[in-house]
Design a protein around this ligand. Structure first.
Ligand code: NAD
Ligand code: MG
Length: 345
């Protein structure tokens, strides 16, 4: 088994001795900045001029400066901007303010793994990547818990990058849940693979195809929605809490038999071969190249995909049905407002 680190393994004095800059105040940024502050760390938030997050961060008791000012004051800089914005902001405002001995930290390895950001040799490069959205990183910390996180180092002139990453992870609450050591390669490649094949791409296509098959066969869309989307959460919660066998324990034997005999006809050798091809595109950089080019071109395909998704029948039916179940989304609305969320994108 891999080594998992907990609170007893971290030295809080390492991060306690640093001046930390959190760049960005979105999903991860607000959570890191507030947790660091509440853990007694000297933290400032670097935001672009005119940022609508400035008032929110200040109201939460944080000191806000320009990105350049934060990077120049700090000796540990955590970049929590969208991955596609990091290279240009880094080159314009962070790189000119780096000195030997500084540490540059990330919450995802994309820009280092695919060579978009190339920090100077005298700077430590580390990662603290929470395995959950920012609002949970904040909410769990406030409740006395934490979100499991990955730590890694890319370059390590001080020889202390990994210990510093663990100390940072401790200050945001991650060591309460468990911190796993990884590499920039493993974190980036498994993260992209997971979101493309299972968590986002795989599951959304599965839900859409199941819904459409039932609707095309003449069943009520409401019934198809409850079956293929709503109930998914109940099943996933069971797997999350008790594993696959625990989920099987709670469902009927009929459902369990259907799982064993029909599941492998949906995820078959052809699907597995395609998964492997998707992993190849991640590993050899083709996916990164495609996504970087899409952004440089102003995201024409991305915006079209978003528009098409908004037009789906499952989205219209779901939105109506959920409006009758206000408790389902009530919690998250408040959280999105508190964090600045994705609104600014
Ligand atoms: P986000 O989109 O929620 O927030 C980014 C922040 O950067 C916002 O405050 C936004 O206003 C600001 N910003 C956007 N463009 C900017 C620009 N050009 N100049 C200056 N500021 C700009 O981002 P996020 O989801 O918190 O992601 C931050 C990092 O954390 C990424 O590396 C991401 O991969 C990683 N991460 C995210 C999650 C998650 O669940 N959201 C989980 C783990 C790791
Ligand atoms: Mg992820």
């Amino acid at each position: 088994m891999a080594n998992v680190f907990y609170e007893k393994d971290a030295d809080p004095n390492l991060i306690g001795a640093r001046k930390v800059a959190v760049i960005g105040y979105g999903s991860q940024g607000h959570a890191h900045a507030l947790n660091l502050k509440d853990s007694g760390v000297d933290v400032r938030v670097g935001l672009r001029d005119g940022s609508s997050s400035k008032a929110k961060a200040e109201a939460a008791g944080l000191r806000v400066t320009s990105i350049g000012q934060a990077a120049s004051e700090a000796d540990l800089i955590m970049i929590l901007l969208p991955d596609t914005e990091q290279k240009s902001v880094y080159e314009a405002e962070i790189e000119p303010n780096l000195s030997d001995g500084d540490a540059l930290f990330f919450a995802h390895g994309f820009n280092i793994r695919f060579g978009q950001i190339r920090p100077p040799a005298g700077v430590d490069v580390g990662m603290v990547a929470p395995k959950g959205p920012g609002h949970l990183v904040r909410r769990e910390y406030e409740a006395g818990g934490g979100v499991p996180s990955l730590i890694a180092k890319d370059q390590d002139p001080s020889g202390k990058t990994m210990a510093m990453a663990l100390s940072y992870a401790n200050a945001i609450g991650a060591t309460r849940a468990g911190v796993l050591q990884t590499t920039f390669e493993e974190e980036t490649e498994t993260d992209l693979f997971g979101e493309q094949v299972v968590l986002c791409g795989g599951i959304v296509e599965l839900v859409k195809a199941g819904f459409q098959t039932l609707v095309d066969a003449g069943y009520q869309p409401e019934s198809a929605y409850f079956e293929c989307l709503h109930e998914l959460k109940l099943i996933v919660d069971l797997m999350y809490e008790h594993g696959i066998q625990g989920m099987h324990f709670s469902i009927s034997d009929t459902a369990e038999y259907g799982d064993y005999t029909r599941g492998p006809r949906i995820i078959n050798d052809e699907t597995r071969a395609e998964m492997r091809r998707i992993l190849d595109e991640i590993q050899d950089g083709r996916f990164a190249e495609e996504w970087i080019a899409e952004n440089q071109n102003g995201r024409p395909n991305f915006n079209e995909y978003r528009r098409k998704t908004a037009d789906l029948q499952i989205e219209k039916v779901g939105s109506q049905l959920r409006s009758m179940m206000p408790w389902i989304s009530a919690g998250n609305k408040g959280l999105e407002e508190a964090s600045g969320g994705k609104g600014e994108k």
